[in-house]
Design a protein around this ligand. Sequence first.
Ligand SMILES: [Zn+2]
Length: 898
Amino acid sequence: MRTSILILSGMSCLFACGAAVAKDDGVPTGKLPAEVAPLHYALQLTIDPRRDRFDGEARIRVKLAKPSDHVWLHAQQMNVRAVRAKDAAGAAVEAKAVTHGDTGVLEVRFAHRLPAQDVELEFDYDAPFNGQLEGVYKVKVGDDAYAVTQMEPVSARLAFPGFDEPRFKVPFDLALTVPVQDVAVANTRPVREEKSADAKWKTIAYATTPPLPTYLVAFAVGPWDVAEAAPIPPNAVRKTALPLRAIGPRGSKDKLAWALEVAPAIVAFYEDYTAQPYPFDKLDLLGAPDFSAGAMENAGLIIYRDAYLLTDAQSAADHYRSVFNIEAHEIAHQWYGDLVTVPWWDDIWLNEAYATWGQAKATSALKPEYHADLEALESRLYAMANDSLLSTRKVRQPILGRGDIETAFDSITYQKGAAVLAMFERWVGDERFRKGMRAYLARRAFGSGSSDDLIETLAEASGKGETFAKAMRSFLDQPGVPLVRSELACEAGKATLTLAQSRYLPYQVMSKDAPRWGVPVCTRFGRGGRSDTQCFLLEQPEQRFDVAGACPDWYLPNADARGYYRFDLAATDLARLGGAIATLSAPEQLVYADAIDSGFRRGSVSAGALLDAMPALAAAQMPQVATALLGRYEWIRAHVADAAMRPALDAWVTRLYAPRLARLGWHRKDGEPGTDTALRTRIAEFLAMVVRDPATRAELGRQGRAALGLDSGSKADLSRADADLRVTALKVAVQDGGQAAFDAAQAAFEASRDTTERYALLAALGATRDTALGARARDYGLSAAVQIGEMGRLYEAQADEPENRAALWQWLTQHFEAYRKRLPPFAQAWLPKTFAPGRCSAAEADEMSAYLAPRAKELIGGDRGLGQTLEGIRQCSALREHVDRKELAEWVAGNAVK
Ligand SMILES: [Zn+2]
């Protein structure tokens, strides 16, 4: 039966703008009612990426658990041409589709009340390819056109009518009709292919998927290159070989080899850890020429930004590391997220924390030279900075609107979540933790599991029961970083440790809450040349513990740096710890540096004391440790030092780091350790961009000019610059090279199809400090030449240069709407942050607030993004007011390079 023709459009207030409950008229804008659930989808889509719209037919088998005269589901920006319904006996039921404004909720209304039974709903529809990289969207590259999908979190409703919530996991049968010359891929293997009578189209039917939520459905159509690898061989966990392919834009085939090469070991690693075979019938890794996130873990078809999948001989060492990490993250999701899915978005941390934690585990095992532990720790410290805002999210944050869903993909979800898993793993031991993880996956395979399910299973495996559960929940259900104050007392050879907890808050930040955590404080005690560790569970505001063994010479209240907390030691104990720094592991050295930095941010460590700690760290081998306090140096230089102090400060820091850079040289050597390469990149960038050291800039400028072909008059060839220094070299060349360099970089950008090269060139264009060229760069970022996923590179580089900030802000106020419109949904909340670097006064916070506060509601999650940004600026301002300039001036005078 055919019913009315409807146009569904608009896209605001998906979740009732702040209410998870149904509105008065009964439209379920939060969760759909529990009485109706999908059982199976059959989707037939006709996709030609050269067109502006696509067509679809969706047949959904639905279970009515109670008698009903209607069904609620999701559909958005979609023209539903017809809806038909059949009852359990196969008889047609008169039905019509009714939209409810722009809620994204669709009602199928039956002519009469149906008894509880299974019914079939069938929709004919067409819809536009999306313009913000969500749902089904298209990307043009030269004359080529590609269609790509991104459904998470709530964009499947742009692609097909359905029950667009993660708790509904059911099988999908997908068929795609596409132009005969295009390649089409989906979640599962193709099982049938037919050509149309005119031989212009082909229809490919794919194998029925295992139960999936709508957000993991994926497909892609276009002139893709496909690189097929040997199937991943069976093993003790998986009985059959697993087909493996990598797919990229036309012409990229050779650049897919490395991603393919590393995949089998990653898959086997998780199979071994989880004791569950890879859950789907093949693994495709697809690099899309434009994509909103880094990558997406669609079941059996992982979609990446192509830059994060492709590699070649010109790639930076750091680029290989990122490709590996992202691949390890997305493959981890095939178990954590895909095999077992969270029932609702308030538990999304489970997916992301697992994948982040699992990725570090896999990387540590398979690529120890990447030092995944240090990388994870650096990310954790970044998350702790966010978690020190009063406006931060909890890991398990209630979902009250779409903004809560889109902003849930932040460092609290990923890095804090992963850190909490790692901390409790350290506390209960790897074996018991793995036992719990295996039990959880086995019990819930192809279904759903919540935080409570996981905590219960882990608590059981840990042997600590409710003590474990309570402690773990304390990190998920309240925001903030614990600050553990620690005091050691020794009497008659017996040592006791008094630990007290409070929330870590930066200088002058006050909170009325007095949160209490269950913190496993694992502590390293050093005696002579040896050390051992002991773990204490700090549950009370203050507790005293006996220390086993003799009184230690020094101690570190975060052994192995696995704890998600900061610590505060008496000055003498901190000094003793500093004296033992060489005996600490690199991650422990990094938490020692953080203790100094976080003390500075609390106002309890002076600028001079912080600078005094730098030389010992600067000598460290690991790049993360050697550069640990450079960010704070930059802050002190920008916000505390005056023009008179800066030259002396810069000379001091240059003398600390330039000799190391000189020893490392200006080019990666054959077979050099990755840590040397990374250190070279970090120091060169710091000296060139922060200190603006003339010698460093001269060398990088030479490399950048050569890459742009400026002095030779030849075409640009970025391989002429060192792969690991290229981004900074191009920035310096454009900053110092005037219009000729800017034009050359722009021409090279437009000629390049390599996304990584394009990112570097865009950053160089953005980094110009010239007034007129800066204006050109800002407008260029909104032009069709720059893809949506690339834009950020340009504006972030602009904002990094103090000379550009006023003009950039002016520009934003004139182009806000055009800029906002191009941002994908989950980038919108963070718009204020992009334009905030360097702002550190109440006046600058007020200026930003006056303009953006009235516009925040136009940005999905804008209130949260703006709130956090403003709070960050105000914290910066308070600290700046507090830091003793006289003490710094004296320090500078006392440490002047002679
Ligand atoms: Zn993820």
